[in-house]
Ligand binder design. Structure first.
Ligand code: GLN
Length: 540
């Protein structure tokens, strides 16, 4: 089996420069030239995974097919590469230590003192190599979270240094992403922070091979030359990464500078094939020149950090481009919604997305938003908690079940239309214990959802503990808020759709995780279409 080649993406100067987007863009360029590529993220925090992190702090928690709760960068990897990632694609310091400590307890290191070097670094190297073990990939891109110089990322940098040494020449390449700040007062782009950051990396024994420089202004030739010389990289190895109007422009910007050729040459891989970016460009053209526009309210609790809903807004971008429609997201904090201000907040939108979430703050607002959308014929899509709140609203206001509620928020409710899943009842650990990842769902014939998916059975990703209570199945069905998607093994209700409405669908799963640039999600396309129809009707 041929050994894969390794690309490491490190970051310097400051965080939030978009390492994930650069890694995903490079992955796309290499994949579009016929290479089999995957991308992995190493996160230097101590949590075993981000599943228990507050979205305010860390943005969205992404979920893979195999049920891993991961960093949101994995969402970018999937959306750019149009291929799934897995548990192995996201490794945290917590997970590394967890396995080392488990081994220590088992006696695997008997007699030895367990140390950061070599035990932690060995485990990091093992995790990096593990992704390529099946022989499925020619190239593995590993993004190292954090910024060079952080105490937390030191073991990762050291592991990369060792691995690079073990791999011998031309089997790995180091890409260092930095910032070239612009000083408005003197009108200059400054290279010093980058020089320092490259030097810091060198102190750990790693020479950057390629610099990718984030910048607000084009970098003049002399500045590029200076960076090349002072940072000790080959000519052509300083790549400019200008702020872009869309993250999806980045691969093309990097391609123009032959970023992929530079990397392939360093790895002694062929540069003969031309990248096939036809579909990507088609998407971008549609995105750039929308013919229509709509406004969708995103009703959620974490709206103050929009990264909390990353996959949802990206899914809108994909579906919007497919329909040549610019989608303006109106961020609505669910905690602010009251019966008295619904019209003020929601009557100017063409669709309402009721977002996933945890905890009871703002859930009443979600119920009110659902009611407003249902009663006014505004298209509504509810995801996970959103679907659950649509069920609560329907139970209260249509079925007349007073104080109907999810037992997540009121265990004493007389009408627990949403309750804890049976197999969750004995769960005490919070980490990684929800119903996670891909579950199948059978779609009923003669349903809107069947028409949308054009399929009898689907696989979608989940992340929840509560579910629709089947005791209310018949009541809902009779009142035509019909359960139209059912898990074949457990009978769990995964989809509710209301007949007396142009588009009123709640799904227990997260369709947003599956949407990619090349394959926008059918449910998002259908929702956007419904919003377009609604807007057209309002105007005529
Ligand atoms: N809190 C709800 C549950 O656990 C919904 C979760 C979600 O929206 N992802 O079932």
């Amino acid at each position: 089996m041929k050994q894969p080649k390794y690309i490491f993406v490190t970051g310097g100067v400051t965080s939030s420069l978009g390492k994930g987007i650069v890694a995903a863009s490079l992955g796309l360029l290499l994949k579009s030239r016929g290479y089999r590529v995957t991308i992995q993220k190493l996160d230097p925090y101590i949590n075993v995974d981000p599943g228990t992190l507050n979205p305010y702090e860390h943005g969205e928690c992404y979920v893979t097919e195999d049920g891993a709760e991961t960093d949101l960068d994995l969402g970018h990897y999937e959306r750019f590469l149009n291929q799934p990632t897995s548990q192995a694609n996201n490794v945290t310091t917590g997970r590394i230590y967890q396995s080392v400590i488990e081994k220590e307890r088992r006696g695997d290191y008997l007699g030895k003192t367990v140390q950061i070097i070599p035990h932690i670094t060995n485990e990091i190297k093992r995790r990096i190599k593990m992704v390529g073990r099946g022989g499925d990939y020619d190239i593995i891109i590993t993004e190292i979270g954090g910024t060079v110089g952080d105490i937390e990322s030191l073991p990762y940098i050291e592991a990369v240094r060792q691995l690079r040494w073990e791999l011998e020449e031309n089997n790995s390449v180091i890409i260092h992403l930095t910032l070239i700040p612009y000083l408005a007062a003197s009108g200059e782009l400054k290279t010093k922070p980058t020089q320092h950051s490259v030097r810091l990396l060198m102190e750990s024994g790693i020479q950057a091979d390629v610099l990718v420089c984030r910048t607000e202004h084009q970098i003049p030739k002399e500045v590029i030359a200076k960076l090349t010389q002072f940072c000790n990289v080959k000519p052509g190895h300083v790549i400019e990464c200008l702020d872009a109007p869309s993250i999806y422009e980045v691969p093309l910007m990097l391609r123009e500078q032959h970023f992929d050729d530079v990397v392939l040459r360093e790895l002694e891989l062929s540069t003969e094939s031309n990248p096939d970016l036809l579909k990507w460009k088609e998407f971008l053209n549609n995105w750039r020149t929308p013919q229509k526009e709509i406004k969708i309210a995103l009703v959620g609790k974490y709206v103050s950090l929009q990264d909390s809903y990353k996959s949802i807004t990206e899914a809108f971008t994909h579906a919007g481009a497919r329909l040549q429609t610019r989608i303006h997201v109106k961020w609505v904090y669910s905690g602010d919604l009251k019966p008295g201000n619904l019209s003020e907040n929601l009557s100017d939108v063409d669709g309402i997305l009721i977002a996933p979430g945890f905890g009871d703050r703002g859930t009443d607002g979600k119920v009110f938003a659902a009611q407003f959308g249902r009663e006014n014929g505004i298209p509504v899509l509810g995801i996970c908690l959103g679907m659950q709140m649509m069920a609560v609203e329907f139970a209260r206001n249509v079925l007349g079940l007073e104080n109907a509620e999810s037992t997540e928020f009121n265990t004493q409710t007389p009408h627990p239309v949403i309750n804890l899943m049976e197999d969750q009842k004995n769960v005490t650990n919070k980490g990684g214990s929800m119903r996670l990842g891909n579950w199948s769902c059978n779609l009923k014939e003669n349903s809107v959802i069947h028409e949308i998916y054009q399929n009898d059975s689907i696989l979608e990703r989940h992340r929840h503990r509560y579910e629709f209570n089947s005791d209310y199945y018949d009541d809902f069905d009779r009142a035509t808020f019909r359960p139209t998607g059912i898990n074949p093994e457990t009978g769990l209700v995964e989809i509710l759709e209301y007949d007396n409405h142009p588009f009123y669908i709640g799904v227990q799963f997260h369709p947003e995780y599956k949407s990619t640039v090349i394959q926008p999600h059918p449910l998002f396309i259908a929702f956007v279409n419904a919003a377009l129809k609604y807007k057209f009707k309002q105007e005529n």
